[in-house]
Design a binder for this molecule. Sequence first.
Ligand code: DAH
Length: 363
Amino acid sequence: MNRRRLNYLYKLLYIWQMLQDQITQLTAEINAFTTTSADELEQFRIRFLGSKGLIKDIFEQFKSVSPEEKRVLGKVLNEFKQLAEAKYQALNESTAHTNSQSAKANIDLTLPGEGFEVGARHPLAIVRREIIEIFNKLGFSVAEGPEIEDDWHNFSALNFPEEHPARDMQDTFFIKKGGEHGDIALRTHTSSVQVRMMEAGTPPFRALMPGRVYRNEAISARAHCFFHQVEGLYVDENVSFADLKQTLFYFVQELYGEGTKVRFRPSYFPFTEPSAEMDVSCTICKGAGCQMCKYSGWVEILGCGMVDPNVLENCGIDHKKYSGFAFGMGIERIANLKWEIKDLRLFSENDVRFLKQYQSAII
Ligand code: DAH
């Protein structure tokens, strides 16, 4: 054996010895280690199993031994690594358990709970709900339709002829020209939902259709480019104007209290015939005369009428067999009469000082 070979073997023996000593000592250390503290356990993990830990270090040294040596030493090293991992895992489970146990034991049930602020319903949501609840009692369900509408559903099916001046009555936000059912626009009223409902089903229909509508208006205290409406529709055999009057009369008694008077004034809408506007005796001054009713004692709250036979036919409903009534009201208007909210802009500014006032009205 030459000198170089001998030197090499000495070196191996030395490494072997060193690793063995180190492992024996560390094994004893691991076996003796115990803790209930998550911090100490973490120290243990870093020391032995961390990316700069001892085991990593030993494996590095191990790289320099011969293949025969590797086979024997490798087994010892792997066992050592498994020992450290098993210890860590066992302690990890038991400390997690003790920690949650002690956390439970430390809970002071007499401490006050964390408070949270109760929100308020938006005044428009309160009014919408009130309207829906009243009509629910009469068997009206609730339906909704899209805010982006086509010409057919917003105008044509509702009997607005092409170039009819009535189309100019509503300044519209147009989105796109053309399309299968005409120009696309933001709906100007919830009457479009009537059409969708009648097209999709068969009578009887008895539904309320609340929703947001858009008109191209300059924003001021008295006008806004979007607001909210509730549409009503009742179609069945033998529905008459008397049914319309009685339904709306009942609604007003429920909304504003027994004894509130109503009156119907003849009016015009393309989709109803005959058409009317309904006034109620002023809810603020009870008819004595005030700013709200412009000293007339009456305030208008909605438009209504018998569904025009053309509209029924446009929606595929036999107008000889069926008749119906419809009505539409602005939710802002009803809220305004209820709480004397004079500036429409308040509804969409989200000023908490304004909204907070309706806290007590949560139902
Ligand atoms: N769509 C009308 C508007 O926006 C309101 C209306 C009037 C709806 C009469 C109706 C109705 O259903 O019959 O001003």
